[in-house]
Design a protein around this ligand. Structure first.
Ligand code: THG
Length: 477
């Protein structure tokens, strides 16, 4: 993809590299708009100069990736197909255990991420699934279904280490984060808040979790290097921002038995009353000092546990050993993506981007218009769910054996009306779940639509969301 954007160090110095002739006019247009209007007219985050991780900017990496580019440029690339070299590059402290469990790894931001574990194959024997076409069966395994089920029924460990983590600190930290994001962050230490970064036009730059660990110290769960860049560009002198991702790690302990697993390992009270939903605290799990946050992208009871990289393996082993009597498993990204779609949690960059506002995307609940000024607030004035002309919409495929992958066109009344943003088989609901952008008139539960998949029109229906646990009974207990 192209490389475009303004240097953060040398303001007014722009890069605009179109890799192929086919990119040239679009890149020229995006940069012209960006230079004159302050933002490009369409989402170009996949072209952003600041999308690369440090580990992806060595001369050796650039050479190796650049050479592959010539081989792959006209290939048909599967949406999940990873780069082949240089791998492995970044690994979490749990990597040795993940390999012992037969992890099947795909790459993201240089990280090795397990998508499922062969060790869970015996659990998959009892799972009934419709057969898949050859394309959607690539980079997929029925083991994911077993991992999803074990998460809903027992408890699973998810490696969240690749999640971008920023430490934001200093006397001005609260005021700064209040001005940068949409939700109310002026809460007591120990509070975690789901909030949005918007651009000046109200477009969604990211969705974040912000944990207030002490008065002037916040931990931000972000979506990638672009969030760091955006915050650094706006940070005043009394705010310090550090990317703590590489030196730390995170494991998600999620499932109805998560509390039974974790409570005996800590002297702190992990009951619902003492450690509420969307709360954080610093404690110990066995010998390991951790920051524990009670939230879950898979929609089950549990905690994200953060520690430094040196203690990660010890943390994993402690949880693994304690979890044996509860039937704990390690679970991968494939189950993770299915579970979060059933729960209706958006993935930034797929389901929503700067082209969409919070009301259209269904995350208006994270906007507090009366908390004081923030970037994008003026543009949202007068907008609401009701005024949204299009909606991010939940669909299920009518045929329980049908699948789509994401990015396919959606037809309403026989004409192209939108596109699929994310899709996965929903192992709990027993059919494929797809999110799609649709005109508000079509985004009504019960509406019949078609998704085009390899030239076939696949029938789908708009459904009320979230499909799973709309009353939050599984998380708030
Ligand atoms: N964990 C942490 N940070 C993150 C993510 C994460 N930051 C980036 C990305 N993932 C943010 N996405 C979400 C999406 C949904 C929720 C959390 C992070 C979530 N939402 C609840 C809901 O909508 O019901 C609660 C919202 C609320 O109470 O305000 O849990 O995975 N650390």
């Amino acid at each position: 993809m192209p490389v475009i954007g303004e240097s953060r160090e040398v303001r007014g110095f722009w890069l605009a590299e179109a890799v192929w002739v086919t990119h040239s006019a679009g890149v020229a247009r995006a940069v012209a708009e960006w230079m004159t209007d302050g933002r490009p007219g369409m989402d170009v985050h996949e072209c952003d100069l600041y999308r690369f991780e440090d580990a992806q900017r060595s001369p050796a990496y650039v050479t190796e990736r650049g050479q592959r580019n010539f081989v792959e440029v006209y290939d048909v690339i599967h949406p999940l197909q990873p780069m082949e070299q240089p791998r492995p590059l970044r690994v979490s402290p749990f990597h040795v255990r993940q390999r012992e469990l037969g992890g099947y790894f795909l790459e993201a931001a240089g990280w090795e991420r397990p998508h499922w574990y062969e060790a869970n194959a015996p659990l998959a024997e009892s799972v009934e699934l419709p057969p898949r076409d050859a394309w959607s069966a690539r980079y997929w395994s029925p083991i994911a279904a077993a991992e999803a089920r074990a998460t809903r029924e027992r408890v699973a460990l998810y490696d969240m280490t690749p999640l971008k983590r920023l430490a934001v600190s200093g006397p001005g930290a609260l005021d700064f984060l209040q001005r940068m994001t949409t939700n109310q962050l002026a809460k007591k230490p120990g509070a975690v808040t789901y909030t949005l970064l918007l651009d000046e036009t109200g477009g969604i730059r990211s969705d974040l979790t912000v944990a207030r660990l002490s008065e002037h110290h916040f931990q931000v769960g972000a979506n990638g290097g672009l969030d760091l860049d955006w915050l650094l560009r706006h940070a005043p002198d009394d705010v310090h921002i550090a990317d703590i991702t590489p030196g730390t790690c995170c494991v998600g302990v999620w499932g109805p038995l998560a509390r039974e697993l974790v409570q005996p390992l800590t002297h702190d009270d992990f009951s619902h009353e003492a450690f509420g939903y969307f709360k954080a605290r610093q404690t110990h799990i066995g010998h390991v000092p951790v920051t524990a946050m009670r939230l879950s992208y898979v929609g089950e009871l549990g905690w994200e546990l953060y520690t430094t990289a040196d203690l990660g393996l010890r943390l994993w082993d402690t949880l693994w050993e304690a979890g044996q009597r509860h039937g704990v498993i390690a679970a991968g990204r494939s189950a993770f993506n299915s579970l979060r779609l059933e729960k209706g949690y958006r993935a930034w960059g797929h389901d929503m981007t700067t082209e969409h506002d919070p009301y259209e995307a269904g995350v208006g609940f994270a906007v507090r218009m009366n908390k004081g000024d923030f970037i994008g607030r003026a543009a949202l004035e007068g907008r609401s769910e009701e005024t949204a002309a299009r909606r991010l919409t939940c669909l299920t495929l009518d045929d329980p054996a049908a699948v789509v992958m994401g990015k396919e066109p959606v037809y309403a009344d026989g004409v192209p009306a939108g596109y699929v943003t994310s899709a996965s088989y929903g192992y709990t609901v027993g059919r494929t779940v797809a999110y799609a952008w649709l005109p508000a008139a079509a985004a009504v539960p019960g509406t019949a639509v078609h998704i085009e998949y390899f030239g076939e029109k696949v029938p789908a229906t708009v459904v009320a969301e979230p499909l799973f646990d709309p009353r939050m009974a599984r998380i708030r207990r």
